[in-house]
Design a protein around this ligand. Sequence first.
Ligand code: SF4
Length: 102
Amino acid sequence: MSFIIGSKCISTCDTACVNACPVDCIHGPIDIDGSGEEVKRLDSVEGLQLFINPEDCIDCGACLGECPVNAIYESEEDCIKSEGNDESVKKNYAFFGQEYQA
Ligand code: SF4
């Protein structure tokens, strides 16, 4: 299980979650190791989002209350239930070269 960043992050990319994460597993929208730093240098985050690395997430929940648009889900199942499909879950895994196995 991993916390997952859902579609509400798209075009928001607030990085408060990154600062809260004790294991530095939130990255993107472009750099898979950049901890959201590139957000400050981008002219626009339109269509972009941050991602949680499922392999590194320790399910601590520290990021959850930090997101201003409530884009973070406690599990893959919660994300799928809320969004109606597993697209966001797959995107979190794929961003780090991993495959989501339901
Ligand atoms: Fe990081 Fe904890 Fe959020 Fe996982 S649940 S992304 S380890 S802050």
